[in-house]
Design a protein around this ligand. Sequence first.
Ligand code: ADQ
Length: 460
Amino acid sequence: MSRLVVVSNRVADPRKTAAGGLAVALGDALSTNGGLWFGWSGTIVEGGTPGEGDMQTQQAGNVTLSTVDLCREDYDSYYLGYSNGVLWPVFHYRLDLADFDAGFIGGYRRVNQMMARKLMPLLRPDDIIWVHDYHLIPMAAELRAMGCRNRIGFFLHIPLPPPLILAAIPQHEWLIRSLFAYDLVGLQSQADVDHFSRYVGQEAGAETLDKHQFRAFGRTVHAQAFPIGIDVDEFAALTHGKDAREMFDSMKDEYSRRRLLLGVERLDYSKGLPQRLRAFRHLLQQYPENLGSATLIQIASPSREALDTYSGLRQELESLCGSINGDYGELDWMPVRYIHRNVARKRLPGLYRVASVALVTPLRDGMNLVAKEFIAAQDPADPGVLVLSRFAGAAEQLKEALLVNPYDTHGTAESIQVALQMPLAERQKRHQKLLERIRQQDVHWWRKTFLQTLTDMAPG
Ligand code: ADQ
């Protein structure tokens, strides 16, 4: 059996379950036949040399974790600059938020080259290499330039936008050409695959050999949707664990008298938080029976705060929460409880289970795992309702959720009201179907199908 090599911006110790579903799933895949997980260490070295970084290696069972430090200049241009200042906003259709500073691309290339240079001597001829996400798009091209003939797959966790949005990135052609250095390109949704197909057809004159095979730049690449899932059983077990039960018990009395609406995410502009709060305010205005009885708990964990767009969003959110609470709050009830912190992973399912309604309303999202975690944590006898943005990748699968357009404040408020009023029999029917869907394509299905597709390909 081939050894698996995972390459991602951050590396997690798979023995620490607090790391969450993806780390556990990749950890499983790595430990099956022994493996190597390679990426950035998370350490930023002040005053270091660009394109250079010390490497550390540690052993976690039969999995080797190898990580490389970044100097401040590389971190600023590769991570904050190009990855999160250009690729993240544009891939989420937010050209208005992109910072096309010409200096960033140099750092992005330099770090990808350095990572490839450090990884190359660690590789064995029959290793299967799996590269993750937008930070590392050119990784395979760099490895190929150094003579690597291994099978290399890539999975993009975020959306791939339509061609004319992608084309706003000055280096768009180079980025997509880099994807052709992979054997397999995995995307989250069929919409993303359609965008890829249209881009390579229109901009690169690609020939479509069959629905998954595209030929351009002298190479053939296989591109396909592999919607990522969660470990449903692990999540159900967490739900019945001590921490989640304590969380549930501490809240259930209050929220048997009141209805709990819940939002959980990183504080990111792709997640549609201001739009959600406006929809909630509209709900209170339009349906005053919810005054005093519907509470929105919004958990938004700190993320990328070094970027101005993120600190601006934080202020906007604080001000919206303050004004809703000021306008509608009572001495014994506040409509919004906003928490700018993480909730421990083991406690999170308890919170999901108390909620009557989950508000998962991103403006764009590759998939969105919170939607799937919410479903897994519900009591099938009395399940909550998922209000889901049609612009989340998850909407292609989770058709029994209440699908909303998060830009439509009134429409979203209407759907929240429908969710709050939904009869038990309909909630049960929808939940049962949603649970089947997240079980059919769970995280193990995701990694097995991706890796099987890659393994079945002819090398080189
Ligand atoms: P994210 O944008 O981070 O991931 P998501 O898929 O929702 O979004 O995953 C977030 C994870 O972090 C979930 O497991 C959630 O429970 C946890 N989490 C979020 N906020 C938290 C908080 N405040 N406290 C505790 N835990 C919190 C990217 C893409 C997604 C894609 C995933 C996986 O943007 O579209 O689904 O990768 O491919």
